[in-house]
Every structure is written in C-alpha cells, then in structure tokens.
Design a protein. Structure first.
Length: 522
C-alpha cells in the first residue's frame, strides 16, 4: 500500500513538471527547480487548469511541497487576476500550505494566482520562481499567451531574471509611474525570453523592469524597457521586436550640502549631486557658474536666495562668511598632451582678467615663444586657454608672473606660477576612420570608459578621429530618429522606448603612426 502511494506522488510531481514546459500551455506552478535546493511542488488542488471550480468564499488552494517552506510578504508578492479585494490568507501544516480566499469568486472567469517570491525553502531561502496557478470557475480556461525577449539597449545581449509586466491598454503611464500593479507578470530566462500565459483576448501595455526591490513597480535606478505599441492578444502572440532595456539613475534627494562666501562676494555652494538639464537655478539675477557638484555665485546683491527649483533654498544672509582665499594655479597640462594648438590652465577662483604680457612661454631650447592668443574660456570661468604653435615633440614651460591673472573680486596671483609639458610627436599618435551610414552621434570611448571624442553624423560622411594616443577604444552610436538633436532614452511617463543605439562589441587597438579604417553598422 505504501509503495502505491509513493508511486502516485511521483506521478503527480512528474505531471506537474511536464505541464510547466510549454509556453502557451503552462498551467502548473513551475515549482520547477530554480537550483538544486528549491522546493518542488508535489501536489496541488484545485488541479492545474481545472474548470468549474467552486468559487464560494472560504475556498482555497492547497499546495504540498517536498520540503518545509516559508511564506513571506504574501500581500506584496501575490498578484491575482481578477483582483481579490481581501487577498489570500494562509496556514501551514507540515509541508502543506493552504491559501484561502474570503471573497466569492466571479462566475465563468479564469483566475490566475502569481505568487512571486512568496514561497521559499527554510534552509537557503530559495524562492519557487514563476509560481503560477490557474483555474476557471466556468467551462472554459483562458489559454492565450504572449512571448518575447528582453535585451540590453546598447549591446543587444539578453537580460535574464527581469520581470515583464502586462497592463490593460487603457491604464495610463502616469498611473503606472505612481505604482499601479500589473495584471500579469512573467520573468525572463537565461536567454532573455519571457512568456505570459492564461491571457484573455484583449489589448495590453507591456514593460520590463529589473525589479531588484521585488515590489512589482519600477523604481528609479532599476533597468526599464517599454514596448511602445499596444499589443493585441488574440492567440499565442510572439513579439517580433525585443523590449530594449536601459539602465536608469536613482532619483536622489537634491539639497545644498554646505556653503560659504567671502567679503568680495564670491559664494560657493556644494551640492548633493550634479545639476542636470532639467534643473533650474535662481540666484537673484546674479551671475553664476556650476561644474560637477559645485555652484559659484558672483554676488552683486547683499540679500537674495539661492534656489534649486523644486529641491532646496538657501538664503545668502545665512551663509557662513570665510576669509578671501588667495588665487592659485590648480591644474595645467600634465606630462605629454595631444594638442599642438592650445594649452589649458585651471585656477582656484573665477578669472576676471589677465595681463598677457606677463605670460612667458619658452621652448626646450629656452627660446621665447610668441602666443597667438590668450583668453578666458567662455564656458568655464576658472580656465585660461593659450593658443599658439606648440610644435610636436617639443618641451614647453610657462611662467605667469605676479599680477598676470586677476580673479573675481580683484584677487591677483601673487607668486610666479610655473607649468611644464610636452606635446606628442606625430609618430606617437594614430588615427581612426569610421565608415557609418547612420544619423545621430558617434562616440569614441577609451578603455577606462571615458568619452574621448563625440561627433555628429551627417549625410553618411566618414568620421575621422585624429591624434589618438596608443591604446584600446570602443565605438558607441546613438541615433536621432525624431530629429530633435538629442538621443532620447527610455521614459515611463511618456511611454517612450529608447531611440536606437549600439556599443561595438569588439575593441579597436590604435597604434602609433597608424591609420585605421573600419566599417560599422552597415
């Protein structure tokens, strides 16, 4: 008798696992082996894909596992379609979990229970992935499906383990942005494939989220992919185009970290993060400059507010007063530089004026060099640029005599500032020619991930990257299909998928005195 019971249990487990294999026919909670220690479903009632299930209040689902399990965060992890206002209650006896509904189920409806990560083993905490159970309270079960792939927007590599959310087509993007839960959910496999099952015919919105906090809502900082078109499900539908996932940034709280001002009216504010294009800064009509995490205000008024619109406000009268700092050189050309036409110098205070006759440049043979021009950078007031014939292969020394640079408020450089640098000779540099018939932009990226050069593409003309130091580079293309002059990334509130983009999978090795030519994306 015991042998017969064991055989029956094994047969039930085998049937459960077989049913979970097919995409459009998945009816059994996979309970499938996520890894060797994940719980396995041995028995479940009502049976998978059952019809004419009695939907009286107090009914439920009984699941027996092959090991002892935990049930956690059921209220946040469980998704039921159609919605159960009171959710499910659960109790445990041995290795069997009973989930009970307190609402009366609707008649002639397919019910889909998606348990998320709610059930896991006791020892390792391995969750039963894709734990889905479906049955019908009528004669028929919804059996339509939707499948597709999720890939990285730049590399086209599959994105595994991300959640795919399905909403009714008339749910607004703003509602989704503010946390409306999806109607159906699936998870991508190692190949980036997903399959949504037990669907009724209809029209739907689809998106994918790297749901790291497991709350069924996109949170800034999580990867996001949007399928821009409404999807019509009238059978077993396969999306022809993949969902392209893009990384997103966390929406950090923005505030003023610290601030100071001196008696000459220069205000420095340290920010909690860089100012971006969507931010607005108001400084009472005064001149200001910002770079990275710093904001400088050239205060002409004695009383005004510094306003980081929508984020933080700082009253000028509340800012700590400090002594006027001396004007010093901060950075000049270091070692060998690529440019033979100009050299840039950074100072500790915004530059008000300079005396170019006090700028002395000599070559390695101590011959004084005549500069073509000296000017303050239009974008960065801390920077002075020297233009001249800085011959390749030569060593240069700049001496800026006392009084040669005057900072904001009349502070002058008091000691002689000295800089030494050399320029790469032509034989030490290489160049790259790229044939590419696309619109948008082409970026050349160094091995450390920095953008070396960026060039707009037009009229299918070849792109030349010249005067490159030896090393390894990659190319990145971003398209401009809407012609607005920028690359548009993923945007949930606009329900906007990223414009086309690509990062070259292979690397380009640039050698000295070589001219490289490649064709890409043709």
């Amino acid at each position: 008798m015991k042998l017969s019971e064991d055989i029956l249990v094994l047969m039930q487990a085998f049937l459960v696992s077989i049913t979970a294999v097919a995409c459009a026919q998945v009816g059994t909670p996979s309970g499938g082996v996520v890894d060797e220690e994940a719980p396995i479903i041995l028995q479940i009632s009502p049976k998978p894909n059952a019809t004419n299930v009695i939907g009286e209040a107090g009914g439920g689902i009984s699941v027996t596992f092959d090991e002892y399990v935990n049930v956690k965060s059921l209220n946040s992890q469980l998704l039921v379609s159609p919605l159960l206002p009171q959710g499910l209650q659960w109790s445990m006896k041995g290795k069997t979990v009973n989930f009970v509904w307190n609402d009366e189920l609707q008649t002639d409806r397919t019910y889909v229970f998606q348990f998320g990560d709610a059930v896991s083993d006791i020892r390792e905490g391995n969750a039963v992935e894709n734990f889905i159970h479906a049955f019908s309270t009528g004669d028929d079960l919804d059996t339509l499906s939707l499948s597709g792939y999720v890939v990285d927007v730049f590399t086209a590599q599959p994105k595994s383990g991300v959640r795919v959310f399905m909403y009714d087509f008339n749910v607004s993007p703003d509602s989704i942005f503010h946390g409306e839960k999806p109607k159906f959910v699936s998870t991508t496999n190692d190949e980036g494939m997903f399959c949504l099952n037990y669907l009724p015919s209809g029209r739907y919105k689809i998106m994918a989220v790297d749901d790291s906090d497991r709350n069924y809502v996109w949170t800034p900082g999580e990867g996001l992919a949007i399928f821009q078109d409404v999807v019509v499900v009238n059978g077993d539908v396969v999306l022809e185009e993949p969902l392209r996932m893009q990384s997103t940034l966390e929406q950090a709280v923005k505030y003023f970290v610290k601030s100071s001002k001196d008696s000459l009216g220069l205000v420095n504010v340290v920010l909690s993060g860089p100012i971006n294009l969507t931010d607005q800064i108001e400084v009472g009509g005064n001149e200001f400059f910002y770079k990275n995490d710093n904001l400088w205000v050239f205060a002409q008024e004695n009383s005004f507010d510094v306003i980081w619109s929508g984020n933080d406000t700082l009253n000028i009268n509340e800012i700590e007063m400090i002594q006027v700092e001396s004007l010093k050189e901060v950075k000049g050309p270091e070692g060998k530089i690529v440019s033979s036409k100009n050299a840039e110098f950074i100072f500790s205070r915004p530059i008000d004026s300079f005396v170019d006759s006090l700028f002395n440049v000599t070559k390695s043979d101590s011959i004084k060099m005549v500069l073509d021009s000296v000017y303050i950078d239009e974008v960065d007031p801390f920077k002075i640029v020297l233009e001249g014939d800085f011959a390749r292969g030569s060593l240069f020394e700049l001496s800026i005599l006392s009084g040669g640079v005057v900072g904001y408020g009349g502070v002058q450089i008091s000691d002689t500032a000295r800089f030494k640098w050399s320029v790469f000779d032509k034989q030490s540099l290489g160049e790259l020619r790229v044939k590419i018939e696309r619109n948008g932009w082409l970026e050349l990226i160094s091995s450390n991930g920095l953008v070396v050069k960026k060039q707009m593409l037009k009229n299918s003309e070849d792109v030349f990257f010249k005067q490159l130091t030896q090393g390894t580079y990659q190319l990145k293309w971003t398209g401009d299909t809407d012609g607005d002059g920028t690359w548009g990334g993923v945007d949930l509130r606009k329900w906007q998928t990223p414009e086309p983009a690509k990062i070259m999978s292979s690397q380009i090795k640039i050698k000295a005195d070589w001219s490289h030519e490649i064709e890409w994306l043709d």
